[in-house]
Every structure is written in structure tokens, then in C-alpha cells.
Write a protein that binds this ligand. Structure first.
Ligand code: MSP
Length: 526
């Protein structure tokens, strides 16, 4: 499995501070990127910032600074946060970079040439906050108010350039039918299909009422609609709109292999742009479509929609309190195993976080290796005893677990993948409880049996640890060191997942991976 893999987060608006929404999407993409690298794929993980549009212009004006200064400040903050979270993105694209701007203009020239973009007059219901037009039906359904801010929609008229979305209805429907996993979860694909059946209207893709955007080529006064500008980041980052002058081996040619994306991971509220407008744009540009657009749901907090006014917003300082109290790995674990990957929103609450940490990480991922390491220390001087039974059932159990883990990762079932490792560790715990090595150790006649049991435990723990690396990179590095040494960089997946890789007599250290945390610690943290 050496195929290139490409995963993207949405690019984040710079008029917001980083919060759980950003941290969530970025973290789950990071887990997938790490897992794909682990199995040997050549991964490109992209994130970045969406810096144009009237909202940014307005926020900057309100602060008396230039939009670019606001964008610079917040893009730097997003980058700082990515670094402190240890995210392994391969690039960070900013839509104000010339590499992006030049290619967006190039793509628009191509769309003008194909006739998929034309000049026309538009009138519609406009949500100023979201920078989004609604159809009459939708506007009525919303009671002519923004679903997000509650502010009245305004009736707006503009001479604009349009993207001929209406011409793509049949091709889009066919694509959805031919690729049942193009949009996931399935319920979300059905929502998109339902909306498409109501009819597709052409989309205005330029604006004339503000200037903070990419200039539409050959159309003075027109700037490119921020969503069109933003969606194109997925291919400008790969250089698909660059003249191929660099030839083979140039950076753009090197990155072209990553297209089409394996996953565009997005929140449900921006799915329409990714599942309908984006594929139509790609069809118009004669480029392949992404393999999957995965729409997750939302984190809510303490049973309520998060809001700054309610004070239950999981903002960066809150996240940092959690990472300081429980560790970064614990945060990643909660995000990727308890998050809203399906169609229901997930509730973020401190008690649930604490319970998840204690049950999964302290009592299982931490405790099982610690017991095994302690017993090997006590009964065999810290050296792995031999297993005369050659693993018994464990090699096939481990193979089944890693195979299932691979399948789960492929389909972005992160909690399913995590479970594969957890189940193995729980089975190790069961074996320890059933066979009671501490009793066996009392009689030297049992030494061969005791050796086999502890060897099997250690071999299995190592493999579970490998499967947990994408989720818990810091602690699993310690586990790998303690159980068989850290593998060299070139060791491949088939070797890493192979049962029995720790040789007899190898040092096994006792590890304390996840300390117990006092249940009240988080409320006391400042
Ligand atoms: N700039 C656009 C995306 C353009 S992509 C071509 C945008 N930016 S955003 O900053 O608002 O998006 C943030 C991401 O965070 C979205 O995927 C959104 O769904 C996600 N979240 C924002 N709040 C969230 C929660 N409360 N829970 C989970 N994710 C949510 O949209």
C-alpha cells in the first residue's frame, strides 16, 4: 500500500479564534494522516486559512487595521496552535498567498473559456454573516432570517459572474449514484440529493460590493466570491493550476500525484459547498472528483449548542486547560473516539471527558502494559521470557485486529479502529485475570506456562500500542520504547504489525503511561 493519500481540513476563517471546531477537524485528520503514514502510504495532509471576504474586511475595519494585518495575525495564531497540538500537516495554505491567487485566477480564466462562467444579473436572499444566498423556498423556510446569526436576510441585486451550476445537475446525480460513498455519512448524501432535486441554480461567483478578495481576471471591480476562492485551495496547494513549466520533478508536478483527495473532512454546515458546488467546479475544470467528502456533525457542550454568550464555548483556553490537566494524547483520544463523526452531535462535558480518560486510558491503555511490564520485571528480571506455545491463539487474534483496524481507517471509522486495539488489551487483561500469573509464579513447576503467558501478553500489548500510535503518539512512543525498543524509521507496516517481533530475552520496562487525574482537577485548573 504505497499509494499517495491526500486529506484536507476546511481552511479556517481568520476572523475567528481557534476553538474546538477547528481543533476537532484538524485532530481527526491528523489521526488519519498518521495512520496512513504508518501503513506506508505517501500522505499529504493539508490545512490552512481562508482569509478573504467581507467579514474579514469588516472585522479589520472595526479594529482600524488592514485586512491583511488581521489575516496575518490570526493565520499565525492558527499555525501556532497546530504546532502546539503536534499536528502533522504537510502544508499550510493561506488564500492571500500569491501561489493561491495566481492559480485561482488561472482557474477562472479556464472557466470563462469553457463557458461555465458568464456575466449576468442576480437577485436573491442574502445572509450577510454567512455570505450565502438562499433560494426563495429556503429563505421562506428560514423565515427570512439567518439560521446562524438570526439576523434578517436581505434582498440583494448584483451584476455578477455566475457559475453555471444548473448545467451539472444530471452529472452530479449520476456521480452520487455511481459512487455511494462519495458523501458520507449516507444520510448526509441523501440530504444533498434531496436538495439537488429541488433544482440547482447558477451561483454568483463574484462580488462588487467589497474589495477584499481575489480580483476576477479581466473584470475590473469584481472580486471572486470567497467560497469559490476557498474551495480552490485544495488544488492550488497541489499546484494543479500552475503552468507546468517546471516540468517533471518540479514541486507542482510532485504534488499533482495527490489529486484526487481521499478525504475532504468538513462540518455538516459547509457540506453543500463541498458536495455539490465543488464537484461541479471540478467537472467544469475537467479534473477528477475527490473520493470522499466526509461531513461530521457538531460538538455541543453540556447538552446545549455552544455559544459565546452562554459561556459554554470550548475555546482555546478551555482546550489548553484540558491538555494541561490530562495531556495532549488524552485530548486527541476524546476528540477521535467520542466526537461527532456520525450524524448526531456529540456532547462535550467535563465529567464524560474524565470518565473516558479514566476508563480507556488509565484503566486499560495505561494499566495493561504496566501490569505486564511489572510481572516480567518481578518474575523474569525484566527480560522477555520465551513462549514454547508460539503464541497460541494470539497471532491470529492480533492479525484479525490489525486487519480490522486497517479497514476501519480506510473508511475513516476512527473509533472503530481504536476499538480494535482496546479489545486486544482487554483480552490481555482477561487472560491475566483468568490465568492468575501471580499465583502461577509461586510454583517453579509453572515457569514454562508463566513464560508463555507473559510473552503472549507482551507481544500483544506491543501490537495494540502500534495501532494506537495515530491516536496517542506521545504515550505510544514511550510504550514502544519499553516493549521492544523504538523501531527504526524504515521499518515497514508488515514488520510492525507482525506478531512475535519482540525477541526472547529483550528488556521489557515497566511503564506508567496515563496517571490517574483527580476528578476535580479540571475545575481547579486555570
Ligand atoms: N472557511 C470555511 C471553510 C472553507 S473550506 C474550503 C469555514 N471556516 S470555519 O473556520 O468556520 O470552519 C471551521 C470548521 O470547524 C468547519 O468544518 C466547521 O464545521 C467546524 N466547526 C465549527 N464549529 C463546530 C463545532 N461546534 N463542532 C465541530 N465542528 C464545528 O467554514
Amino acid at each position: 500500500m504505497t499509494s499517495p493519500a491526500f486529506i484536507t481540513t476546511p481552511i479556517y476563517y481568520v476572523n475567528d479564534r481557534p476553538h474546538i471546531g477547528h481543533a476537532y477537524t484538524s485532530t481527526i485528520c491528523d489521526v488519519w494522516a498518521r495512520a496512513s503514514r504508518l501503513v506506508g502510504r505517501d500522505v499529504f495532509f493539508l490545512t490552512g486559512t481562508d482569509e478573504h471576504g467581507s467579514k474579514v474586511e469588516k472585522s479589520a475595519t472595526a479594529r482600524g487595521i488592514l485586512p491583511q494585518a488581521l489575516a496575518d495575525e490570526n493565520a499565525a495564531e492558527f499555525q501556532r496552535v497546530l504546532a502546539t497540538f503536534g499536528l502533522t500537516n504537510d502544508d499550510f495554505i493561506r488564500t492571500t498567498q500569491s501561489r493561491h491567487i495566481d492559480q485561482v485566477q488561472e482557474f477562472l480564466r479556464r472557466l470563462m473559456a469553457t463557458g461555465d462562467v458568464y456575466l449576468g444579473t442576480f437577485e436573491g436572499w442574502y445572509d450577510e454573516g454567512q455570505e450565502e444566498y438562499h433560494t426563495e423556498n429556503k429563505a421562506r423556510e428560514l423565515n427570512y432570517q439567518s439560521a446562524i446569526s438570526g439576523k434578517a436576510l436581505i434582498r440583494a441585486t448584483e451584476q455578477n459572474y455566475y457559475f453555471r451550476l444548473s448545467a451539472f445537475a444530471d452529472r452530479l446525480a449520476k456521480h452520487f449514484a455511481d459512487h455511494p460513498t462519495f458523501v458520507r455519512p449516507t444520510e448526509r448524501a441523501n440530504e444533498m440529493l434531496g436538495r439537488m432535486r429541488e433544482g440547482l441554480q447558477d451561483v454568483p461567483i463574484t462580488r462588487t460590493n467589497f474589495s477584499w478578495g481575489i480580483a476576477m481576471p479581466d473584470a475590473p471591480g469584481h472580486v471572486v466570491y470567497v467560497w469559490i476562492d476557498a474551495l480552490l485551495n485544495y488544488i492550488t496547494a497541489l499546484g494543479l493550476g500552475m503552468p507546468q513549466a517546471g516540468g517533471l520533478g518540479s514541486p507542482q508536478a510532485k504534488r499533482a500525484k495527490y489529486w484526487p483527495a481521499d478525504y475532504h473532512v468538513v462540518g455538516k454546515e459547509i457540506l453543500w459547498f463541498h458536495a455539490v458546488i465543488w464537484p461541479a467546479l471540478l467537472m467544469a475544470l475537467k479534473l477528477p472528483l475527490p473520493k470522499c467528502v466526509y461531513a461530521h456533525s457538531f460538538w455541543i457542550a453540556d447538552g446545549k449548542k455552544m455559544s459565546k454568550t452562554l459561556g459554554n464555548f470550548v475555546d482555546l483556553p478551555t482546550i489548553e486547560r484540558y491538555t494541561a490537566t490530562y495531556g495532549l494524547d488524552a485530548w486527541r483520544w476524546y476528540m477521535s473516539t467520542q466526537g461527532p463523526l456520525g450524524t448526531t452531535d456529540a456532547d462535550f462535558n467535563g465529567k464524560h471527558f474524565h470518565e473516558t480518560y479514566t476508563n480507556d486510558l488509565v484503566n486499560t491503555v495505561g494499566n495493561c502494559p504496566s501490569r505486564v511490564g511489572a510481572m516480567i520485571g518481578k518474575y523474569f528480571g525484566g527480560k522477555l521470557p520465551a513462549d514454547a506455545q508460539a503464541g497460541g491463539e494470539w497471532p491470529s487474534r492480533c492479525d484479525a485486529a490489525t486487519a480490522k483496524w486497517e479497514q476501519c481507517m480506510e473508511v475513516f471509522d476512527l473509533s472503530g479502529a481504536a476499538r480494535c486495539a482496546m479489545d486486544l488489551l482487554r483480552q490481555v487483561d482477561v487472560m491475566i485475570n483468568d490465568t492468575e500469573p501471580f499465583k502461577l509464579a509461586k510454583d517453579p513447576a509453572n515457569t514454562p506456562r508463566l513464560s508463555s503467558i507473559l510473552n503472549q501478553c507482551a507481544q500483544t500489548v506491543r501490537i495494540a500500542g502500534v495501532m494506537l500510535e495515530p491516536f496517542l503518539p506521545q504515550r505510544m512512543e514511550e510504550l514502544a520504547k519499553a516493549f521492544g525498543g523504538m523501531p527504526g524509521k524504515d521499518i515497514n507496516w508488515s514488520a510492525r504489525k507482525k506478531y512475535g517481533a519482540i525477541s526472547d530475552g529483550h528488556a521489557i520496562e515497566k511503564v506508567a503511561l496515563f496517571p490517574r487525574v483527580d476528578a476535580t482537577a479540571i475545575s481547579q485548573a486555570v
